[in-house]
Design a protein around this ligand. Structure first.
Ligand SMILES: [Zn+2]
Length: 503
């Protein structure tokens, strides 16, 4: 009998070979193209609905991953039911998209909150936290594993690399794209940089027509059907799924269909059954969370750093406007990255984008507000801060009142941040705000050629303050104009409070 099985394995081996890394996901994200460094890993996770985009067209790989997002992705990898539930954490209400995963992972000792009874789901995850989380989730060590030992395990397994200085960088944050790489490597050895897993535990299939898949849930395609009594080599588990080797092929089966002992009645191998087989395992596959409309995560802020590439904007005091405003915009973006509110930047680096692109990009990403960031230059003497909106005719941007209110809150916060000369809120037809199809404001943070203003513009600390000011001004607009109460928690998160109502 053994000989027969051996022969059969051999036959199966040559019959089908599907490279495990190949994915047939239909989803394509415009920001994860074929040359993206994390492309294969992201689509592998998306195929199994372990990761999802922030929209159907955007994955936003450069956004920092939050504790809540990480809990959801790992929870889905482990096959947890993501149904939203009440939790013991004051800041994780049942409405939170990750509440179900957070609760189950806390119960299993995989993740924990803070001593003050909060979980901080919107706080960015650090590399150290990621290492501990993955060690516990994939059972590399006990639940009391230290950051140092968790980190070295990930490095040993080829899941994460250390930094150039030889350290792990435990306090650094992680982008969604990089988190996807780590998680995909944790699940699938094909993605790892070294191969250390052994497949030396012999086990036996205990059912016929068992689907042998490319990932740990039924959304992944099957490579072969295994038969009762078939010998397989087990290595490790991902939730309720086992990673096994059949011949030279590594893949996944539900753990309830393999066992240590050889099954007593080995059914003779048969040619594939003629009738369609039902799925052997009705494993619940969690659907990725879809937030109910009108939650914070439905809000979209378009951040528009002015100029870029061949268009340097205003020069002054050895600085170029394009660089300064990109830096401020990134700071603004990183505040939003710590909240559920989504952002899209019209440019994320130093390259040229047309005005039409900015406007179309904002519309395509369904922005709720558009904030254009600029710096002025004139004669070296003029100085100060101003904010523009457009309300001359209703022919183009129809959101006059909204744009004016947005501009008022922007001007208020930028003055609060730098306290330069107040040049006021002005109605002017700059193309990028005139042609826009959402509430839009254009901020001039100061004069780059002014000896007074440059003291702020050239300072990284001050630019960070400006980024925060633009973030808070956007919250002020949502709070006062839209009457949203749910942004109050976000002010609190950063030790701030709403401005006065001034529009
Ligand atoms: Zn400009």
């Amino acid at each position: 009998m053994k000989k027969l099985i051996g022969l059969l394995s051999l036959l199966l081996l040559v019959s089908i070979f599907t490279p495990l890394k190949s994915t047939s996901a239909n989803t394509m994200f415009s920001d994860v193209g074929t040359t993206h460094r994390a492309q294969e890993e992201i689509y592998y996770l998306v195929q199994g609905k372990i990761a999802s985009g922030v929209s159907s067209t955007q994955f936003v790989p450069d956004k920092q991953v939050t504790r809540g997002e990480a809990a959801a992705m790992i929870g889905r990898a482990l096959g947890m039911n993501g149904e939203k539930v009440a939790t013991k954490f004051a800041d994780v209400p049942s409405s939170n998209f990750a509440s179900g995963y957070i609760k189950q992972m806390v119960e299993r000792g995989i993740i924990s909150g803070y001593p003050n009874g909060t979980f901080r789901p919107y706080e960015t995850l650090t590399r150290g936290q990621m290492a501990v989380l993955m060690n516990r989730a994939f059972k590399y060590g006990g639940n009391t594993v230290s950051v140092a030992s968790a980190s070295s395990t990930l490095m040993d397994k080829g899941i994460a690399q250390g930094m150039a200085d030889g350290l792990f960088g435990s306090d650094l944050t992680i982008k969604r794209g990089d988190f996807a790489v780590f998680l995909a490597r944790g699940i699938n050895t094909d993605f790892r940089t070294t191969q250390t897993e052994t497949f030396d535990q012999t086990m036996y299939v205990n059912t016929n027509n068992l689907y042998f898949r490319t990932g740990p849930n039924t959304l992944y395609p099957w490579i072969q059907k295994l038969h009762s009594g078939q010998e397989v080599q087990y290595s490790y588990s991902i939730g309720d799924w086992s990673v096994i080797k059949v011949g030279e092929i590594v893949g996944y089966v539900h753990s309830s269909f393999i066992q240590m002992d050889k099954p007593l009645d080995i059914q003779p191998p048969v040619t594939p059954a003629p009738e369609p087989e039902p799925e052997p395992v009705p494993v619940p596959v969690p659907t990725p969370p879809v937030d109910s409309p009108n939650t914070l995560s439905d809000l979209v802020v378009i951040i528009d750093p002015g100029h870029g590439g061949t268009d340097p904007g205003a020069p002054g005091n050895g600085f170029l406007e394009k660089n300064v405003v990109l830096n401020i915009s990134r700071h603004m973006n990183s505040y939003f990255a710590q909240t559920p509110i989504k952002t899209f930047m019209t440019r994320t680096d130093d390259y040229f984008v047309t005005r039409d692109f900015r406007v179309d990009f904002a519309a395509k990403n369904k922005g709720d507000v558009f904030v254009s960031v600029h710096a002025n230059a004139f004669n070296g003497i003029a100085n100060g801060q101003e904010t523009y909106y457009y309300a001359r005719t209703a022919a183009t941007n129809p959101y006059e009142k909204q744009s004016r209110a947005l501009a008022i809150y922007m001007q208020n916060r930028i003055l609060e941040a730098w306290n330069l000369t107040d040049r006021g809120v002005k109605n002017k037809g700059f193309d990028v705000i005139r042609a826009n199809t959402m509430p839009a404001a254009l901020v001039e943070v100061g004069f780059i050629d002014s000896s007074k203003d440059i003291a702020y513009i050239q300072s990284e600390v001050e630019r960070e303050k400006m980024g925060k000011a633009l973030f808070l001004a956007t919250l002020d607009y949502f709070y006062h104009f839209d009457g949203r109460q749910d942004v109050l928690a976000l002010y609190e998160q950063f030790g701030a409070a709403p401005s006065n109502r001034i529009h």
